[in-house]
Design a protein around this ligand. Structure first.
Ligand SMILES: [Zn+2]
Length: 130
């Protein structure tokens, strides 16, 4: 039935997505144990989702980033904070496309791509909180 061949690339996509989102959490210095478990929860949900729709494998990084963003909003507040807008109310970056390959963090306020999902650390140079 080719089931094993299907599981391989899907697991790879999930693993890569997990690594990208974790890298951004580390960059924002919010990669604590309970936050990592939010990522694991999302990966588990998206595993089910992508098994139903294998063509969506390239979308999971953006979806997991948005899941974690939503989950963090309840517990910690906005993440990731926009590093571009230094004045006014702090606001979070959005993932674009919401459902598509090659997701990026975007500041909707000034309409710029800040970084690819997984590359937030290099865009912000590490967010210092002082
Ligand atoms: Zn902004």
């Amino acid at each position: 039935m080719g089931v094993m061949e299907l599981i391989g690339p899907l697991e790879q996509a999930l693993h890569a997505a997990r690594a990208l989102v974790l890298a951004d959490l580390v960059a924002g210095e919010v990669a604590e144990a309970d936050v990592v478990s939010l990522v694991e929860d999302s990966v588990a949900e998206r595993r089910w989702w992508v098994e139903q729709w294998p063509d969506g494998a390239t979308f999971v990084a953006g979806l997991i980033a948005q899941d974690v963003q939503d989950a963090l909003l309840d517990r910690y507040g906005r993440w990731p904070l926009c590093p571009v807008c230094r004045t006014g109310d702090p606001h979070a970056l959005d993932v674009e496309p919401e459902l598509g390959p090659d997701p990026h963090w975007v500041c909707h306020k000034v309409g710029v791509k800040v970084a690819a999902v997984g590359s937030l650390g290099s865009a912000t140079g590490g967010m210092s909180s002082s």
